[in-house]
Design a protein around this ligand. Structure first.
Ligand SMILES: NC(=O)c1ccc[n+]([C@@H]2O[C@H](COP(=O)([O-])OP(=O)(O)OC[C@H]3O[C@@H](n4cnc5c(N)ncnc54)[C@H](O)[C@@H]3O)[C@@H](O)[C@H]2O)c1
Length: 406
């Protein structure tokens, strides 16, 4: 193996090799690629173990990535891992390139991703996988049976309703998520839906495009300030929505039976113990709780009937929480004055159902988390979580089935 040669190309991270020579990350990486096909492994380079001279810097081009506990707990010096045999990580679905690059930059990690996969046969790709990163792929018993060495699955995002968690737990495989990465994006999306409905943005925009400058129905628009919002679920997203609503001057009530009342009160919000009383008082109800056996179909005809006449429902959580026929009926009767949804029961949407006939509905195709910043952070954290777990350094908060790591 010829020694690495500098100077580093523009934009490349400097590398130092154990044989004393220096080079650049892209130069070393391209050489390494030449060894194991598309797999990169320092072990394939006797006498030239490329070492990162510093911890990979967090990407910044799409915005700040602070508050990433998962990143903070990664080993400070990835170079230290070059001495051990590093594992094979398969990224099944396309993710932001920063996460892929983070994997490729890690010494000794072998990576199979949509851009370099040697085979279109998923079973063949999974054969040696110890880490798996998924975005929209269903992870069930049949899939993990194809991955006998699998130790960790990372779901890019926070919802894991496409993952058979008991099946992973039975095999001792950890499921990790990227907890904080998209919370701000989703919270802002919830506010965007509230504002779109409050100010009738879509019909007004459509009217102007038809040449109608004098807009009818403006007397139906309203300010968020002074309105009462009920937040169901005071987790990563619900807490952020509460802050944004408070900043708009809204009266914020929170219902979360699993959150200590003192935490909610301490944050400055009203604790709503009786959900139906909260529904009756709120002008806007916004859902930020997980889909589970306990919550599936929770927003049914009785739930909607308990809401204040003329109120608005916002759902950026999961479509399965809502009985869509009941929501259609509540919008048709005028009991609800509007609804903003980012998620449907069946995704991707297979047919244009009756819900879409309502002008009072604002709908987006499950994109609340998919801002430039959100996508970048989810990808970066997915890579960090997979490598961190396999190296024994990870944030327990990101592990869903903690029983496998106890
Ligand atoms: N639309 C998107 O793109 C998108 C992106 C990320 C997350 N999500 C969804 O947003 C939701 C919230 O995510 P998160 O990261 O804030 O989750 P989280 O786990 O941090 O918080 C969920 C909160 O809901 C509470 N909760 C559980 N059952 C409840 C109930 N019956 N009533 C009231 N509260 C209840 C929990 O105690 C917890 O505090 C999830 O459904 C997630 O799948 C959607």
């Amino acid at each position: 193996m010829p020694p690495c040669r500098g100077p580093p190309a523009t934009g490349c991270r400097p590398w130092a090799c154990t044989n004393g020579s220096t080079g650049s990350a892209c130069e070393a990486a391209s050489r390494l690629r030449g060894f194991g096909g598309d797999r990169i492994t320092a072990a394939a380079l006797p006498g030239c173990r490329a070492r990162l001279s510093k911890t990979p810097s967090r990407p910044t081009k799409a915005g700040p990535v602070e508050n990433h506990r998962a990143l903070d707990r990664l080993p400070a010096e990835p170079a230290a891992q070059t001495e051990r045999s590093m594992p094979h990580i398969v990224v099944v679905d396309p993710i932001h390139p920063d996460g892929i690059q983070r994997l490729l930059d890690a010494p000794g990690v072998t990576v199979d991703h949509p851009g370099n996969a040697a085979s279109s046969d998923l079973a063949a790709r999974l054969k040696d996988a110890e880490g798996l990163i998924v975005r929209g792929t269903v992870v069930d018993e049949a899939l993990i049976a194809q991955a006998p060495k699998l130790k960790v699955v990372v779901r890019h995002g926070v919802g894991y309703d496409l993952v058979d968690v008991p099946a992973l737990t039975k095999r001792g495989i950890a499921l990790m998520i990227t907890p904080e990465a998209n919370a701000a994006s989703v919270a802002e999306h919830a506010l965007m839906l509230m504002l779109s409905i409050a100010r009738r943005v879509l019909p007004v925009d459509a009217g102007v495009r038809r040449g109608e400058w004098r807009v009818k129905g403006q007397s139906q628009t309203f300010e968020l300030g002074g309105r009462r919002v009920l937040i169901l679920g005071f987790g990563r997203i619900g807490t952020r929505v509460a802050r944004l609503c408070a900043a708009f001057g809204m009266k914020v009530g929170v219902h979360d039976p699993f959150m200590p009342a003192g935490t909610i009160r301490g944050a400055g919000y009203e604790v709503v113990k009786d959900r139906d009383e909260g529904l009756a008082a709120a002008d806007i109800v916004t859902l930020h709780l997980p889909a589970s056996d306990a919550t599936r179909g929770m927003v049914n005809a009785a739930f909607l009937a308990a809401m204040k006449p003329g109120a608005v429902l916002i759902n950026t959580a999961r479509g399965t929480l809502v009985d869509e026929a009941a929501l259609d009926a509540a919008l048709r009767s005028g009991h609800l004055s509007g609804a903003g949804v980012d998620v449907l029961k069946v995704e991707p949407m297979v047919e244009v159902g009756p819900l879409l006939a309502h002008d009072s509905l604002v709908i987006t195709p499950h994109v609340a988390a998919s801002t430039a910043e959100g996508l970048q952070r989810m990808s970066w954290d997915s890579a960090g979580n997979a490598m961190g777990y396999l190296a024994g350094e990870y944030d327990i908060d990101a592990v869903v089935n903690r029983e496998v790591v106890r």
